[in-house]
Design a protein around this ligand. Sequence first.
Ligand SMILES: Nc1ncnc2c1ncn2[C@@H]1O[C@H](COP(=O)(O)OP(=O)(O)O)[C@@H](O)[C@H]1O
Ligand SMILES: [Mg+2]
Length: 333
Amino acid sequence: MGFFHAGNMSFVISLIPVVTMVAMFFILNGSMKIADSIACMLYIDILVGPMFQLIELFEQIQESIAGYQRFLEILEIKPEIVDSANAIELKKVAGDVSFENVSFHYNKSEKNILTELNLHIKAGEYVALIGSSGIGKSTLCSLIPRFYEVQSGKIAIDGVDIREIKIKNLRDNIGFVQQDVYLFSGTIRENIRYGKENATEEEIIAAAKNAMMHDFIVNFSDGYDTNIGQRGLKLSGGQKQRLAIARVFLKNPGILIFDEATSSLDVESERCVQRSLEKLAINRTTIVIAHRLSTIKKAKRILVLTQNGIAEDGTHDELISKNGVYAELYKLL
Ligand SMILES: Nc1ncnc2c1ncn2[C@@H]1O[C@H](COP(=O)(O)OP(=O)(O)O)[C@@H](O)[C@H]1O
Ligand SMILES: [Mg+2]
């Protein structure tokens, strides 16, 4: 099969004038009639097309085999973060989250993103996390579902170290809404159901209503059966966000993390997403990484992340009167 690659195609092309010259030689030599040689060249002409097709086909087969081998290699990669031997399942999560002396870095060669960070968020609290870009807000939040492992210190949910909780159970109890919503090609119903595999039709519709997307869904001619193309191209940014919120309603987790999810939306869709978020936040611990003042001011507790950890912690009025980092950031917003 090695013969059939692009380099050999030019080899085949270079054979054509050679064959033509050989035919000419036989004609001049008198051993071949002109009619025969024309027929011979016509046959060659007929043969060349299918030969190229065959070469292309073999090339595709070779590429597919290479792709399949790569796919198998990826399947064999073992996840770095796995359940500990005695991992437990939390039945009902109240949503108390605590960071105790947590230090974290992505690469050994680079400096810590978080150093000995301490933070306690009580069950049911709604906090806004702010700080300059690249300071580590997303990183801090991604440590809670254990997307990365802390190097030292401990993160606990309801007092239980997250390393002692089964990863699936841990992640089932955390709703994460990010700017980039993961959508797959399929119907709107299937995409919402991604939040809870065995959700009933009633549950899906209730979640869509809570996420304020039911009305626009039923306006599509196929309703919940509408196929959203690859990467959800047919939905607007705000609609995608509401779909992500609908999934979290279905999942019904005790902890909700909203990572700058509305930063790319226009004001109108943001307002809509904001309203459904507020509904979703009721009775859950909610951490919102926010950039808009309206969202930040609404939070009863604002956390300011700096290189020195959570540098300020309090209400808008408290932090303004402190005249520190928040007051400085507030001027910029
Ligand atoms: N997966 C990653 N691997 C390596 N470095 C990362 C990764 N994600 C973020 N970082 C780096 O960590 C720092 C904090 O990033 P991030 O938590 O996204 O900040 P924020 O959300 O506050 O803007 C940045 O310097 C960023 O480049
Ligand atoms: Mg971020």
